[in-house]
Write a protein that binds this ligand. Sequence first.
Ligand code: FES
Length: 619
Amino acid sequence: MPLVRFEPSGKEVMANDGEKVIDLVKRLHLPLESVCGGRGTCGRCRVQVISGDALITDEDRRRIKSDELSSGVRLACQLRTDDELIIRILQPHAPSKHVILERTDAKLELDPSIRSVKVRVADASIAAPTSLESRFLEALGHKGIAPARMPLSMITALSKAVSEDLELQVLLRRDEVVALGKEEGKGAYGIAVDVGSTTVVAYLMDLLEGTELAVHSQLNPQIEHGDDVISRITFSITDPKGREELQRLIIGCINHLIGECSRTASVPLEEILEVMLVGNTAMHHSVFGLDQKALALVPFAPITTQALEFKARDVGIHVAQEGYACALPNVAGFVGADHIGVLLATDLDELDKPTMVIDIGTNGEISVGDRRGIVSASVAAGPAFEGGNLSSGMRGAEGAIDHVTIGQDMGLEYTTIGDAKPRGLCGSGVIDLVAEMFLSGLIDRTGQIQASRDPSRVRKEDGQMRYVLVGGEETADGQEVSISQDDIVQIQFAKGALHAASEILMERRNVQVKELDSILLAGAFGNYVNPVSARTLGMFPEVPLDSIKGIGNAAGAGAKLALLSERKREKAKRLARGVGYIELAAMPDFEDRFFSSLYFPHAEASKFPEALSLLRKGK
Ligand code: FES
């Protein structure tokens, strides 16, 4: 059992012989990026072996330069502990800065499931020795609330409260008494939670006033089992304790955020009566501990698509004893409750003119619709647009290059998040970079890097071209920031899938590009991406720039709307039932459209006149 010590934390652990270093990292809950979930393909889990023997694997050779290999750099997911080791973590997880914590502008309709009433409980008399519970229920009946249900804890609380005062404040969730007491002004609060694969955001809302009191976010701790949903589903299936572990992590995160919100707003946990959750179908299933195996297998059928409501305690969420944990309904295996949240927040089903909504997170969901109907699809587009799986990709954290321009003289300028030394490229930076490379002639319409346009920045490595933005001497971690031909292919695949999906959905709704009123981009990506760059690459149909709008965290906004309104919850159910879900893999023309969409901006360039005119102007 070799001893392994990690720097800079100094934490130590006894490893089992041959145990992988990445598993030790998880055991100690140390921060380390593992975008591919330990498959050895992302190259993000770099550690440096300071002391001890560390074999070099083929994956190490593929992902790590030879001078770094000689200085002990290895992939933690490939490194096994056969010997005592001292290891330095090189790629800690940085908290995402591209999290939208602003308050929603959406009209918050107040129609909560919780109501507060005051009652006076009659004294018992010798002539009518009616039970305390009956007298209490009768008092509620006088207020028009009958029949009301009393859980055991409320019967217990009733006798205690009445022993002090016969005037009570009662909080009911529909017909169920969920809190009561003698105090005046007992609050009724709820938490809306957007359970993103990368980031979890919680909003504390006053259910009786409709106001937002606090918001907190945290990196989804499941990330230690892979950045992408598929890696986590795989873990939940292949590890006998995988499902329980993922649920433990996400419930811990939700409880932490609830605690933070409660402290910030000085709201006691026992006054938080409802939690409304949205998330993609995999996150939804993980929160409720449901088997995710079916989500990984054709036809990707979820365990349930229903709106869920359980006692929060049954799910392990710490709020009021009789509080509830609810979730909006899912549409399908890869169009989840978070997209229903987006549809609620945008009122897509009430719009007069056809509108496209794109939510690019770790996975991408896209809908086209108006009051005549909505069609939706899921697109495997997310990781590349979030900087994942790219050789210098990273999330929108400090040091991420988030905007890039390439001048006429091929001079490159960039900005980084936090104005910090560059560490990598986040989604908005990648989109800018590829668009600028295209407009500068550094890549052609097929995506091939053209070394002759700037030989000083392009080199050939491992048989493929690589364009270097920043040399290792100028970066925060000594690693150059660059984009390879393979990275560009990943972007082509992602944008090709998104554009092909947009065409299929528009065709299904019989909508022409010129009829689209707007394209709404939800999520952090939508807020930070440069619409000119996204349009130039042909990520979605070419519409006027002022028709492309970032709408912020619409999934979170939808969760808040549902938390505050029973009518919105009913609408969410109607939306989930009524949305026409299209499985792109089953569409015969998807492949052709996809291949045509791999070109920049498209094989039929005439579909993108604005992008072509930018190209003609040249850089
Ligand atoms: S290469 Fe190790 S986690 Fe991806």
